[in-house]
Write a protein that binds this ligand. Structure first.
Ligand code: ADP
Ligand code: MG
Length: 536
């Protein structure tokens, strides 16, 4: 371990040399109350910025142990610290000058969801805190400007660290409320299933967002109202709407807030920050949005419970295509969600393939069952619940067929939910029910195995790129995630890219099925930390 004065004199020595001289700064330096690590130095002033980290001993950071004694509190605490660090760091970015990215400081920008990140971590056994961030090492042209780096690391950064990473210096009441909310959220999530629920939406929740491109809450909206209750450790009793297990239909006129409710449920798998309006919109953590995804590729997926006897004779037990249709893509999305052991499907008519969702009586009479390759979702929905314990929440504005299989029917009326189950069921009696398939279908087959990424091991360099939330690429292969709507942050996309790469290099072997590989991967992340998958 070197002292910070070592770094100071090193900087003096390399000033005005060629840019690569910065490489010699790599290492860890003692700054008294914290350690600064220069982990990776950029190749030139225009390349991706250098990677640095701050390490504060638990003794000096001083956060109460009760704020990080469970995983979810660690996530909430670190999320909050990342936000504080981001705020102070943005204020000092580009205060030092020069060419290219000279003077830049950056760290993860957190959105409305509270997510585990590698940016900030706490060691639960001693409270040590680490924060990873980036800095653009200053240059004039391509010459080292070490005086400016001295200003960044000795002049600007210390105040920023001290005001955001030490308990004694931050707003303690605010942090306390963050931890308390996370405990309340955890209480709801933990008890959902034993209360027979798949989701809960507290009264007063603000579901709509400001706009299609902003995740901030819409102001002056109609707040959510409903009659169920929950007892929380900090908030006390909270009222709202519990959505029971089974099949729930959300109906209502156009523009009455159906899709907005479903969207909130989709993101209810995450905790939301204080002030978001969806703090107490909590969904079963395994919930999956199921939608049509024309053009997606499908590899060895057993979609035979929905698609059979295709006119081209294609096998639907190990179904492969580079370019799926609406219905086959939605079938694959259902089966893959089953493969992940999801126990709640979220479906919006707006983003579904009609021929996948329903086939009405008249059509059944004209086009006979054995002439139609598709067994629509409506004929499997009860089976999914009764045989596989998978609940569904379906938004339907135009099609009444789902009234029959539904257990609960909620009408959104001017943004307020109403339970109309009895009335709707009564009305449905006069209409014919869809006939169900006669034969019992075998369980879907999940033994698809993927080969190890030996071709990647041979490459000299593996290049990983993230394209916003929409996609990542590993060398020349791109994985399109545009329609995986529950991804909310570009860093999740990046993490998925690294997770896939890690699995390809270390876990897949052509013999283990995909579920085993995914379980092993999650096990590694849980025991060794998320950053393990970064160094493949
Ligand atoms: P539907 O799916 O029923 O047609 P949407 O959920 O798309 O309706 O909502 C229609 C519009 O109403 C959207 O612009 C949405 O932002 C807005 N909206 C939704 N919920 C509320 C609310 N509680 N208060 C005010 N506006 C809302
Ligand atoms: Mg809609």
């Amino acid at each position: 371990m070197k002292s910070s004065s070592n770094l100071k004199s090193l900087l003096k020595n390399i000033d005005r040399k060629g840019y690569p001289a910065y490489k010699s700064t790599q290492g860890t330096y003692d700054f008294g109350t914290y350690f600064l690590s220069i982990d990776h130095v950029q190749g030139d002033p225009f390349a991706s910025p250098s990677k640095l980290s701050i390490h504060v001993k638990g003794r000096s950071a001083g956060f109460p142990a009760s704020f990080y004694d469970t995983k979810y509190k660690q996530v909430a605490l670190c999320d909050h610290l990342t936000r504080l660090f981001y705020q102070t760091l943005s204020k000092i970015s580009f205060r030092a000058k020069g060419s290219g990215k000279s003077g830049l400081f950056s760290v993860s920008k957190c959105g409305q969801q509270v997510l585990e990140r590698t940016a900030c971590t706490i060691n639960p056994s001693n409270g040590d805190i680490s924060v990873h961030f980036e800095a653009g090492f200053p240059a004039n042209g391509r010459t080292v400007n070490a005086r400016e780096l001295d200003k960044m690391l000795f002049g600007l950064l210390p105040d920023c660290v001290s005001s955001s990473l030490f308990y004694k210096n931050i707003d303690q009441k605010m942090l306390e409320s963050v931890i308390y909310i996370s405990e309340d959220q955890h209480t709801i999530r933990k008890n959902l299933s034993s209360m027979g629920l798949v989701a809960f939406i507290a009264d007063g929740s603000v579901l709509p967002r400001e706009s299609g491109i902003s995740q901030k809450p819409l102001r002056n909206c109609v707040k959510f109202q409903s009659p169920d209750t929950f007892d929380l450790p900090h908030h006390g009793t909270i009222t709202g709407m519990g959505i029971p297990k089974g099949i729930t239909l959300i109906v209502g006129g156009g523009y009455h807030g159906k899709s907005t409710l479903l969207k909130a449920l989709e993101l209810g798998v995450y905790d939301h920050v204080k002030g978001d309006g969806r703090e107490f919109v909590i969904t079963d953590p395994t919930a999956m949005k199921i939608r049509a995804e024309d053009g997606r590729s499908i590899t060895n997926t057993d979609i035979s419970m929905f698609i059979n006897n295709l006119p081209n004779g294609k096998n639907t037990v190990f179904f492969d295509t580079e370019d799926a249709s609406g219905s086959t893509s939605q079938a694959a999305n259902v089966v893959e969600a089953m493969e992940t052991d999801s126990s709640l499907f979220l479906i919006d008519e707006d983003t579904s393939a009609t021929n996948f969702m329903i086939r009405d009586e008249l059509m059944q009479r004209v086009v006979l069952r054995d002439q139609e390759p598709i067994t629509p979702f409506i004929e499997r929905i009860r089976e999914l619940y009764e045989r596989y314990d998978i609940s569904s929440i379906i938004v339907a504005g135009s099609c009444g067929s789902y009234f029959h299989p539904a257990d609960h029917i909620i009408q959104m009326d001017q943004y307020v939910p109403k339970d109309i189950t009895t009335a709707a069921k009564d009305a449905a009696k006069d209409f014919p029910m869809v006939s169900l398939p006669k034969k019992k279908h075998p369980d879907p087959c999940f033994d698809r195995c993927f080969k190890a990424g030996n071709h990647l091991k041979k490459e000299r360099k593996i290049k990983m790129k993230t394209l916003g939330k929409d996609a990542f690429s590993i060398n020349k292969d791109t994985v399109d995630l545009r329609y995986v709507e529950q991804i909310t942050d570009t860093e999740q996309t990046t993490a998925l890219g690294y997770a896939l790469l890690y699995a390809k290099l270390h876990l897949m072997d052509g013999k283990k099925d995909l579920r085993t590989v995914a379980d092993e991967l999650m096990q590694i992340i849980e025991t060794k930390g998320l950053s393990t998958i970064l160094d493949s």
